[in-house]
Design a protein. Structure first.
Length: 120
């Protein structure tokens, strides 16, 4: 199965699991957070490497995993390879998860506690 999907397509368990699994790796989560914080224009691979100090081959591996599941898109601008976050992919998976699990994200009035009692 190709785990990459567009926000307008139906999400299935395998696609959602693939996206969440990639974000379950600390390095990939750090890269994704960096890109989200950089804004829609993203960052070049060189900027990511410079900010995180990750070896090039390791960084390439992690970015390719994020691209594979549709969390990051890469765009070539001359000799520069830009990485941009795809918010829609994460939003789609989280929306699907909320609907599928029927999660009532309702606060019960106590700060930081959800209706089912789990602390934030």
């Amino acid at each position: 199965m190709n785990a990459r999907f567009a926000p307008d397509l139906a999400v299935d368990t395998d696609a959602a699991a693939a996206v969440l699994a990639e974000l379950g790796n600390g390095t990939r989560l750090t890269i994704f957070r960096l890109l989200v914080n950089a804004g829609p224009e993203g960052l070049s691979v060189g900027d990511i490497q410079g900010r995180l100090g990750i070896p090039w081959s390791t960084l390439s591996h992690h970015i390719s995993r994020l691209v594979r599941v549709g969390l990051v898109e890469q765009i070539r601008d001359g000799r520069t390879l830009l990485c941009r976050p795809r918010h829609a992919t994460l939003n789609t998976v989280l929306g699907w998860l909320t609907e599928e699990c029927n999660l009532p994200f309702v606060h019960d009035g106590r700060a930081g506690v959800h209706a089912w009692g789990a602390a934030e």
